[in-house]
Design a protein around this ligand. Structure first.
Ligand SMILES: [Zn+2]
Length: 445
């Protein structure tokens, strides 16, 4: 007979709001939610008192890079960092690993590489690239969360972009499957080559119009095909109005932004500081404010990390050349604190953060047992102290590499414990996973 765990908190973040409650967990799932003081027979019980309990975050945008570029990031290291950061499900991106996840065989390679190494649950995106349209249906049937494509060079040659006709064709195919396409939306015609240490030149090389033109294409193709499309890592806030208009017109469009666009502003990026390089780039403070408003208005649906690390020598070479450095920011372990630090200053609540970082990404990825603290859902839970501040010490990051633009920043809000399916993951003394990895490999649904 399986054990029952009871967790009590006076600040439980439920879909209906923050309230005092008790949760009984059995067989991996939340079996019962009841009054804080209700007597429940339990094998183990935890009383968090005033410490909030959240559903585990779902980060639908993580580049793990294994197999093939495991020296950049791997399943063991990425999922340890996720657990420490309160993220209980990640969705792995189909590129930067070798092979990229563009066929059922490649998906099997991914799953084999991930098996037995994951501290949190892992789901997989498939890839849509020129020439693999016949693989989309089998990948969908094999359980991927949807498909990722680029409209511009992806940074790796084995994952080429779709042109406008390819985008339309793929969306037509996915509409028939009711599968989701997530799109890296920058238009190559509006992007210039960049080089040198000057952040302003790099920023100018990837202007907002590049995102605008690409999102226009996605909206047009989604409207024409009736397919579901999602804009990943929106940076240019001027696109919020266009996305709102498309949604209002009934086009099946969603969008995400990332912690770095909500936390940093271009004015803070020193020349040569390539740890801040990502594509699209971190823009100015006015843009950041407008992104926040788009999020608060519900036009931007999710906040997910786009955790995309690489070895330090590819990220922060001595020259500080923004043209040469890899574009990608490592933040899986820090996303919750980074977003909460700004959100609480703006008067937002933990419900908002849970909606942006757990509920909406779970829905996006079709993970029906994830993203909410509710009966029948997986007992993926996070005890989170919203008042405790800390300074980011890269030595304490569990990502494979410690380079991050958050180094030395003081963030507010600390994960105190993470449960996966009712199993506590963190050694409270060190805040890192302890024991054996028990994460599962998930299919959509
Ligand atoms: Zn990405």
């Amino acid at each position: 007979m399986s054990e029952t765990l009871v967790i009590r908190s006076r600040r439980m973040v439920l879909p209906s709001g923050v309230t005092e409650a008790a949760a009984a967990v059995r067989d991996h799932r939340i079996e019962l939610l009841t009054d804080y003081g209700a007597p429940i027979e339990a094998d183990r019980s935890v009383d968090l008192g005033d410490l909030p309990l959240l559903p585990g975050l779902v980060d639908s945008h993580v580049h793990v890079n294994e197999p093939g570029r495991t020296e950049w990031e791997g399943f063991a290291t990425a999922t340890r960092a996720a657990a420490a950061g309160g993220v209980t499900t990640i969705c792995d991106m189909p590129l930067n690993s070798l092979p990229p996840t563009v066929s059922v065989t490649a998906l099997a390679d991914k799953r084999a590489a991930a098996a037995g190494k994951c501290w949190v649950d892992v789901a997989f995106w498939g890839g849509a690239v020129p020439g693999n349209q016949d693989a989309l249906r089998p990948l969908h049937q094999a359980g991927v969360t949807g498909f990722k494509c680029f409209l511009i060079d992806s940074g790796v040659t084995e994952f080429p972009p779709l042109d406008s006709a390819g985008l339309r064709s793929v969306l037509g195919e996915l509409a028939a499957l009711d599968a989701l396409l997530i799109v890296h939306a920058e238009d190559a015609a509006e992007v210039k080559a960049a080089s040198g240490r000057d952040y302003g030149s790099f920023l100018a090389s990837r202007p907002p119009v590049a995102e605008r033109r690409a999102i226009e294409k996605v909206i047009g193709a989604a409207a024409a095909t009736g397919a579901r499309a999602h804009i990943v890592h929106l940076s240019a806030a001027e696109c919020v109005a266009m996305i709102a208009g498309a949604k209002a017109a009934g086009i099946r469009l969603t969008a995400e932004t990332c912690p770095h666009y909500l936390y940093f502003a271009a004015e803070q990026v020193p020349d040569g500081a390539t740890e801040f390089k990502c594509c699209p780039p971190i823009r100015d403070a006015i843009n950041r404010e407008a992104l926040w408003r788009g999020l608060e208005a519900g036009v931007i649906d999710c906040v997910v990390s786009d955790h995309s690390p690489c070895p330090p020598e590819l990220k922060v070479s001595g020259s500080g050349d923004f043209g040469a450095a890899w574009g990608g920011i490592a933040s899986l372990q820090l996303s919750l604190s980074a977003v909460w630090t700004v959100a609480r200053r703006r008067g937002r609540t933990l419900d908002d953060v849970v909606r942006w970082m757990a509920t909406a990404p779970a829905r996006l990825a079709g993970l029906t047992a994830k993203g909410a603290l509710a009966v029948g859902y997986d007992a993926d839970l996070v005890a989170f102290d919203p008042d405790q501040s800390y300074t980011v010490d890269p030595a304490r990051l569990l990502h494979r590499h410690q380079v991050t633009p958050y180094a030395g920043r003081t963030l507010t809000g600390r994960v105190r414990q993470t449960w996966l399916g009712g199993t506590a993951l963190l050694d409270p003394d060190i805040g890192a996973p302890d024991g054996e990895p028990g994460g599962r490999l998930l299919n959509r649904g």
